[in-house]
Design a protein around this ligand. Structure first.
Ligand code: FEO
Length: 174
């Protein structure tokens, strides 16, 4: 059983995570268009992770007897002027997602929904990492510069990221 308000918030978060995946695919497409294949790889993996984040909530709602309701996903921004713009948009987006996660925890606590509170702590932790990665990429870009050999080296580093699937069960011991 799941409180109606909590269930609604969780369904909205599925939408936000899938939108995040869509957004990062759009950013990947930008990097492909300017031949920064390493950045494109990094964002491709980021998009895959966001799909995992969505599916983890999807599975949770069903697991606790709630009703999954998929909501429309809007088109993401499609054009970017620079690498910096993409990285700054990423950080702003992740900060927004963090607030959304905190909001679900607040609503779960308000309704004494301890299981959802417990479940969402995985996301609280994950968002620390997400913001940290986004900030770190901006710092690296400041060091490398936005063109020339510095950017070439950074692109190569971004190309080394490897996709590690996020377990999407209720409690995967993470
Ligand atoms: Fe699903 Fe980027 O947090």
């Amino acid at each position: 059983m799941l409180n109606e308000k909590v269930e609604q918030k969780l369904n909205e978060q599925i939408q936000k995570e899938f939108f995040s995946s869509y957004l990062y695919l759009s950013m990947e497409a930008y990097f492909k268009s300017v031949d920064l294949d390493g950045f494109a790889n990094w964002y491709h993996i980021q998009a895959q992770e966001e799909r995992d984040h969505a599916m983890k909530i999807y599975n949770y709602i069903d697991y606790v007897g709630g009703r999954i309701r998929l909501l429309p996903i809007q088109a993401p921004k499609g054009e970017y002027k620079s690498v910096r713009e993409v990285l700054e948009d990423t950080l702003a987006h992740e900060r927004m997602v963090t607030q959304s996660i905190y909001d679900i925890v607040d609503v779960a606590r308000e309704h004494k929904d301890h299981k959802t509170d417990y479940f969402m702590q995985w996301y609280v932790k994950e968002q620390v990492e997400e913001e940290n990665n986004s900030e770190s990429n901006i710092k690296k870009l400041k060091i490398s510069g936005e063109e020339g050999s510095g950017l070439f080296i950074l692109d190569a580093e971004m190309g080394k990221r490897v996709y590690v699937p996020t377990p999407t069960g209720f409690d995967d011991g993470e």
